[in-house]
Design a protein around this ligand. Structure first.
Ligand code: PPS
Length: 203
């Protein structure tokens, strides 16, 4: 990481650190003062989103249910499939809490990031002890994209949405498959709510 000068914050974004066993030990040995921001969304939707992303790279991929179940008859979930495993947030957080106290974390709701981007960004700025510069004024809801976009990104006078790979339509997954997955995640979600002191409302 580059040296951080007075008045600067060095930021780094690697989603996979949250699920990487060695990451917390390495991060704390670099700086004990690191603040950690974790964006989480309903793990069921997250799994489908993950699958959708892989599907664009490998169109011949087996169906979602083929990958999600170890045994389709008993409904046994395949926790070795990364799209499923990543959503067991409580388990990943447990590993991080061996190194960092909860006060070092901010958990951002992926759902609220869509419905109230300025509100979530307000929490992020407070957590980083920054002046609230990004506010409601910076966002508008783009009907075509179906997501909030930036009115005027820095260095540009034109509005900007995130790229095509963000906010893609998801394939239709049979409802019984999603229900089974929802049952699977329920205890892990509850544990995660307890650990973070925040109910994300995924049930
Ligand atoms: N404003 C805005 N515009 C577009 N997309 C938005 C926005 N806010 C949140 N999202 C959701 O972000 C999801 C993609 O984020 P990822 O976590 O996959 O991004 S990354 O690959 O880790 O960079 C993406 O998931 P999918 O809907 O599955 O594509 C979106 O639902």
């Amino acid at each position: 990481m580059p040296r951080t000068l007075e008045g600067q914050i060095t930021m780094e974004k690697t989603p996979s650190y949250f699920i990487t066993k060695e990451a917390p030990r390495r991060v704390i040995s670099m700086s004990r003062h690191t603040r950690l921001i974790v964006v989480v969304r309903d793990p069921v939707t997250r799994a489908v989103s993950d699958y959708t992303q892989t599907l664009t790279k490998s169109p011949g991929l087996p169906s979602f249910q083929n990958l999600a179940f170890r045994n389709a008859t008993t409904g046994l979930i395949d926790t070795s499939w990364s799209a499923v495993r990543i959503g067991i947030y409580a388990k990943h957080l447990e590993n991080w809490l061996r190194y960092f106290p909860l006060s070092r974390f901010l958990f951002v709701s992926g759902e609220r990031l869509v419905t109230d981007p300025a509100g979530e960004m307000g929490r992020v700025q407070d957590f980083l002890r920054l002046k609230r510069v990004v506010t409601d004024k910076h966002f508008y809801f783009n009907q075509t994209k179906g997501f909030p976009c930036l009115k005027k990104p820095e260095g540009s006078s034109r509005p900007r949405c995130l790229g095509k790979s963000k906010g893609r339509p998801h394939p239709q997954i049979p409802s019984e498959v999603l229900l089974r997955l929802r049952d699977f995640y329920r205890p892990f979600n509850l544990k995660f709510y307890q650990m973070t002191g925040h109910n994300f409302g995924w049930d």
